[in-house]
Design a protein around this ligand. Sequence first.
Ligand code: SF4
Length: 225
Amino acid sequence: MQEPTGVWKYVRGLERFSLCDWPGVPCCVIFLGSCNLLCPTCHNHELAWDMEQVPLLPRWALSAYLDDRKKWLDGVTVTGGEPTHVPHVAELLWEIKQRGLRVKLDTNGMRPDMVRDLKADGLVDVFAVDVKGPFAKYPQLTGNAVDAESARANVEAIFRMAEADPESFYFRTTRVPALTDKDMDEVRGLLPRGFELKVQEFVPPRRKHAVSDHEERRAIGNVVN
Ligand code: SF4
């Protein structure tokens, strides 16, 4: 069999039907491997950092599923990992749009250039953007993958896009143990006018060391390296 190339090397999972991933939109969920961050609290670390451990979903199988179910779905959520970090992700999104389905893309917000391009090309209808916490806590929250200044620049670039097109964005924060009530208020204060922060409960990852960090309420910091 021919080896997959481009985005098709990264397609690592499919949830066939979901009523909760995209509020109000019955959808399926496609999971793409790889990520540009190293969040110590990552709920999907195999997919994000070691996707070869997760079986590949062949292109033919995904295409067959979408063809078969497109009448019963209103949309597709594309998540990760980090979809904007995946080479040629537009090719996958185009395949979905060809079937008349809407697309929600989950992103950590660190690639505003990709968000801008995908939006301009009409390949994504809604971006669900994670705001990890106050910018000063991004190094701690992302395993030192991004500094506070870069986080601010990236997230604020997306805020500007959202101000211009509020229907295409929503923002959410996972309340990980390192975030205090004050931090959550600070994040709410960052959002553009008219946006309400969606708060997600933290699901402890399965890695034993991170679970114990959570249980002991220690600062989670960089437990990756
Ligand atoms: S951005 Fe998301 S997928 Fe990537 S490491 Fe952080 S929690 Fe995991």
